[in-house]
Design a protein around this ligand. Structure first.
Ligand SMILES: [Zn+2]
Length: 301
């Protein structure tokens, strides 16, 4: 999908709605309360006769698009721009490109990102690399203008060889914390988990040769001795993902607060995991009309 494609295929509110309806109800429009059949009411609404008071709704009701006063055509352009920006796009950039108010651009980024964060995360398997990195840390100064060191955020990266990436903002790098990310994201059927020789991993991965879920599957690479690649055992691919992340944060985000870092990570992860797919735009829209509005409300809280 290119910008000219979007402009040609979705020039009107009706054409946008038609796509959203197909994504939300692949088997035809159903009542969002009772699941029953409905009849159209005008060009946007549907009415259910089974529900009390002849319940009416639109394709945007109960979704990330709800309560928006912005044209769907503009939403579609914003989704494409965010999908195509490999290192992410700031609200300021979107404001300039779309010619909308800053507040609107911020709202768009926020909502699209929230939809991306609802993507499913199947367990990683095969050859998996894991590493941690530190990002952000706002430049702050005290009353006299002297720089004050602020806390950097810890990001855990887990990546399946030739496959998906997971990013997490971690509270600390204690083995108990890391262990949770390992268990939640790496299948026990994994072939091997590769990390550097940091002391946190042996405990967190629990790969004793005779017991534990990942027995004998943990391999390390000795970074401290300058040895980075030992045959198959390396953490280069996850490190490449970190460098993309850092360039994104420097290039388009400037300052990432802890609160927004999680959403930014979700956005980077979503885009990266769909890098070979041609339906990134449509897949993002699908998440926007099918994401559970409740989880969405929690995300933007
Ligand atoms: Zn109903």
């Amino acid at each position: 999908m290119t910008l000219p494609d979007i402009i040609r295929l979705f020039p009107t509110d009706a054409s946008c709605r038609e796509l959203l309806e197909r994504l939300r109800w692949p088997k035809g429009v159903r009542c969002i309360r009772c699941g029953g059949s409905v009849s159209p009411l005008g060009s946007r609404l549907y009415q259910c006769s089974a529900c009390p008071k002849q319940y009416q709704f639109a394709v945007t009701t109960g979704t990330i698009f709800a309560d928006t006063h912005l044209d769907l055509e503009k939403w579609f352009l914003a989704v494409l721009l965010l999908c195509e920006a490999r290192k992410g796009m700031s609200a300021q950039q979107l404001q300039r490109t779309l010619g909308v108010a800053y507040k609107t651009a911020w709202y768009l980024c926020h909502r699209i990102r929230a939809a991306m964060a609802t993507a499913e995360r199947p367990a990683l398997t095969g050859v998996v690399e894991m590493d941690e990195t530190y990002v952000g840390g706002r430049e702050k100064s005290d009353k006299r203008g002297r720089p004050v060191n602020s806390k950097k955020e810890i990001v855990i990266g887990i990546r399946q060889g030739g496959g998906d990436l997971r990013f997490f903002k971690a509270e600390d790098v204690k083995s108990g914390t890391i262990e949770k990310y390992v268990k939640d994201n790496i299948s026990t059927e994994v072939e091997v988990i590769m990390t550097d020789d940091s002391a946190i991993y042996p405990k967190a991965i629990n790969a004793h040769p005779l017991m534990g879920d990942y027995r004998g599957k943990h391999k390390t690479i000795n970074h401290s001795s300058g040895q980075y690649v030992d045959g198959l055992i390396h953490t280069n691919t996850v490190e490449n993902s970190f460098s993309l992340l850092k360039r994104g944060i420097i290039g388009s985000w400037h300052k990432v607060s802890a609160k927004h870092l999680m959403r930014y990570l979700a956005e980077m992860e979503f885009r990266f995991n769909r890098r070979h797919r041609s339906d990134l735009f449509v897949d993002t829209l699908r998440h926007m009309v099918t994401a559970n509005p409740l989880s969405f409300a929690q995300l933007v809280k």
